[in-house]
Design a protein around this ligand. Sequence first.
Ligand SMILES: [Cu+2]
Length: 272
Amino acid sequence: MWLMQMLSETGEDTTKQSGNRVSSFLSRRDVQQAIRAWVFWAVTLGGLGYLFIPHLMADSASKTMDIVKSTFMAFYYTSVPVAAVVLAIATQTVLHNRHTGTAPPPDDNPAIETNQMANIVWVVISSALCVFLLVWGLVVDNVVAEPSRAANATVVNVTGQQWIWTFNYPDAHKDTSELYLPVDQPVIFKVQSKDVTHAFWIVQMGIKINANRGEITETAVTPNKIGVFDVRCAELCGLLHAHMQTRVHVVSKADYEKWLANQGSVEQWPAS
Ligand SMILES: [Cu+2]
C-alpha cells in the first residue's frame, strides 16, 4: 500500500513526505523512549556476550573449532539488535505505557503492526541480518569441509556401542579404545553404531556426528594442537550415556608413527 502510494506520486513529493514521516515518527516521545531502551539492551546484551560466552566454549584444537566459535559469536551478535527491539518495546511499555484503573485504555495508541514505518524498518533490517547469516554459513561450511576433501587424509573407523567407543585404523590394522592422531594431518572418521543411536563428538575440535546402526556417517577434521582432548557421546543412549567418553591424543607425526608401530596396549603408551 505505502509502496503504491509512493509510486503514484512524484519523486520530489515522495522524498519530502517520507522524510517528514520518518522525522515525525522518530520525534515521538514513546519512540524516543524505545530507542533509548534499545541502545541500553543492545549494549548490555552485546557486552555480556563478549565477556562471558567465550568462557563457556571449549579451547580450540582445530580450525573447525575456531570457525564454530566465531560462528556462534556471529549468530549471537546478529541476534542482539533483534532481541534488543523486543526488550526495548517491553521496557518502554512497562515503564511509560502502563494503564491503571478499570476503564478501557484510550485508542490513541494503535498497535505496532499497523505502523508502516515500524514494519518497514523491522522487515528490512531482519532480512539483511538473515542474508548476512546465510552468506556467513555458506562460506564457513565450505572451509569446514576442507579436511574431508584432503587426498592424504588418515581414515579412522569409529564404532559406538553402549557405552564405549572403539577405533579402528584400517591402514595399520590397529584397534584402540583411545584415539591417537598426528597433528596437522586431516583425518576422516567413518562412524557407526552397534546398537542404538550415539553421537561422536570431539569437544575441542568442533566436530559432532550421529553414530547410527547399519549406516556409516562421515565427518573430518585437521587437529592443529598437540595435547589430550575429549571424546564424548552427544546423544542420550541409555543408562551410562554420561560415562560414554574417552580421549584423543594429538601427537607429533614421529610419535604417531611410533605409536602405530607399537604393538603394546595403547593405554600404556605414550605416557600422558
Ligand atoms: Cu550416549
